[in-house]
Design a protein around this ligand. Structure first.
Ligand code: MSP
Length: 507
């Protein structure tokens, strides 16, 4: 049986339409999921939406609709966005799904009955837009440390999860599983800022709003966001029922999350799992933010465009490539339309697109579209041919360590080498000399091999473009396994290939 790989994005709040920041996490998760599928894994890739809470209740009220009507519309749009970005998720969970609701209630009851949840009184400083409670030490000048707006002091009867009980177990877990949290800096942050100073029990129910999952044994309470939201990763598999799906895919291999929710995924979520006596996810990776003009792109600040505008203007793969290539995964990075244009022109248009169209055109012009495998490589060919057949090993190791931008850099290094090889071998000069016909065929063949292997490696990242290249090369087997099976003869046909990317002029 194939090895399995379970990967998730966070479930997003459908409090407003999604922006390029949500696309960022989802595109990266998609590329990893596709890469693992191509590597032979049985992949389960999950995304979804986190639909309950006061903020959405309020937004719906403002819009004059029910919360469910409010989120339904945004989710329809989100699914359409994922489709236009070629996101290949296997499952889309909504926290309003009946199955999820029932399972969360069962989990809550189980934790209550075993004493991990108890009733108490909550006092806290609450930020409505962020749906976050803060302690006195966390607020900055009386304002929410995330969004800078006012927080209110709230007191209410509430249920609590005994988070404090898991402090030592968590610390031990971090120690024995050094790659549980990546990058390393985020792990240290969790240890030093949260775990070591001491964990407080966590408030997990609310009576101040209605839009949530009711506690079955105390109906004036709704289950507060984190137990409802975090459990999505197991309820979608059928838990608490020990379904085949659950047995197959749990524990999750990789939770991709933004840096501000690392805490929830590496402290609260593992503690809940420990209480449920379930294995912990293998890894939580906390990535940075895409920022605009030094600030976070934010639905509540409204400083963003609908990502479909970028897709419609520049093409889906320009957007995917930018998200995957521009920012070292883990760090914050600036997003700007002009950087998107520069990236598309320099890499996709100049390095990739021109190479593909030039090479195919030479194949058609000099060999009537039929280019045979050559056994007559010369020394000067080695820098190209060796790199071609080593590429997969390099990219594998980059993807394994989630250095996605470096994985792409390795592939583009091959494309650069191909371009250099054209300059070094000057096919147009060889073409003038009939006695150099064999040499010319070797050169074109090596270039086609470089393009073939690059396109195979690129298909997890920019699938639509790879597909076009496969068509241009008339290639049927595009599996990873086919890389080392050198093509005997390329039949390129006679049609001049369409440009993969048009050069974008910046206004
Ligand atoms: N609903 C919670 C997650 C629950 S997971 C069990 C949530 N939702 S969110 O919609 O606010 O954010 C979801 C994810 O999107 C987070 O990982 C967040 O970091 C990410 N991003 C939101 N804006 C972003 C950027 N500007 N850049 C990169 N990622 C960003 O938190």
């Amino acid at each position: 049986m194939n090895k399995k790989f379970y990967i998730t994005t966070p479930i997003y709040y459908p409090s407003a339409e999604f922006h390029i920041g949500h696309c960022y996490t989802t595109i990266i998760a998609d590329a990893i999921a596709r890469y693992k599928r191509l590597s032979g894994y049985d992949v389960y890739f999950q995304t979804g939406t986190d639909e309950h809470g006061l903020k959405i209740e309020n937004k719906a009220k403002e819009a004059g609709v029910t919360p469910k009507e409010y989120v339904d519309k945004i989710i329809l749009n989100a699914k359409d966005l994922w489709k236009s970005l070629n996101i290949s998720y296997d499952y889309f969970i909504r926290t309003t799904d009946e199955d999820h609701v029932k399972r969360v209630q069962e989990i809550f009851k189980k934790l209550y009955e075993q004493g991990d949840i108890y009733k108490g009184e909550y006092k806290g400083l609450y930020c409505v837009p962020c749906e976050s409670f803060w302690t006195e030490t966390q607020v900055i000048d009386g304002k929410c440390p995330d969004c800078g707006r006012d927080v209110n002091l709230v007191t209410e009867e509430a249920y609590f999860f005994k988070l404090s009980k898991y402090q030592q177990k968590l610390e031990e877990y971090y120690e024995t599983h050094p790659h549980f949290i990546e990058p390393e800096s985020r792990k240290n942050e969790m240890l030093n800022n949260f775990i070591r100073p001491g964990l407080e029990d966590l408030c997990v129910s609310r009576t101040s709003f209605k839009w949530g999952i009711p506690v079955t044994f105390d109906e004036k309470h709704v289950i507060y966001v984190w137990i409802d939201a975090l459990t999505n990763y197991i309820t979608s598999l059928g838990y608490p029922e020990e379904t085949e799906k659950f047995k197959k895919y749990w524990p999750c291999d990789l939770h991709l999350v933004g840096k501000e929710i690392v805490r929830f995924h590496t402290i609260i979520w593992p503690a809940i799992l420990m209480a449920l006596n379930l294995p912990l996810p293998k890894q939580v990776f906390g990535h940075g933010w895409l920022i605009i003009d030094g600030g976070k792109i934010s639905k509540s600040l409204g400083n963003y465009k609908d990502p479909r505008e970028y897709i419609n203007t520049y093409g889906v793969d320009a957007v995917r490539y930018y998200a995957l290539r521009e920012v070292p995964f883990g760090s914050d990075g600036n997003f700007s339309e002009s950087a998107l244009i520069t990236r598309t022109n320099s890499d996709l248009c100049n390095i990739l697109g021109n190479l593909v169209s030039r090479t195919i055109q030479m194949g058609i012009k000099y060999f009537d579209g039929v280019v045979h495998k050559s056994n007559k490589n010369e020394d000067i060919d080695a820098y190209l041919t060796e790199y071609i057949y080593n590429l997969k090993t390099m990219v594998d190791s980059k993807v394994e360590s989630l250095k996605i931008n470096e994985a792409l850099e390795c592939i583009f290094e091959l494309l650069r080498k191909c371009n250099k090889y054209i300059d070094d071998t000057t096919p147009w000069v060889l073409a003038k000399d009939e006695s150099m016909k064999d040499r010319l065929e070797t050169v074109i063949y090596n270039l086609l091999e470089g393009i073939r292997v690059s396109a195979i490696m690129l298909q997890a990242f920019i699938p639509e473009t790879s597909e076009k290249i496969f068509k241009g090369l008339n290639l049927s087997d595009t599996s990873f396994a086919s890389i080392d099976e050198l093509v005997e003869v390329y039949n390129l046909g006679h049609e001049k290939p369409a440009n993969l990317f048009e050069r974008i002029k910046e206004d």
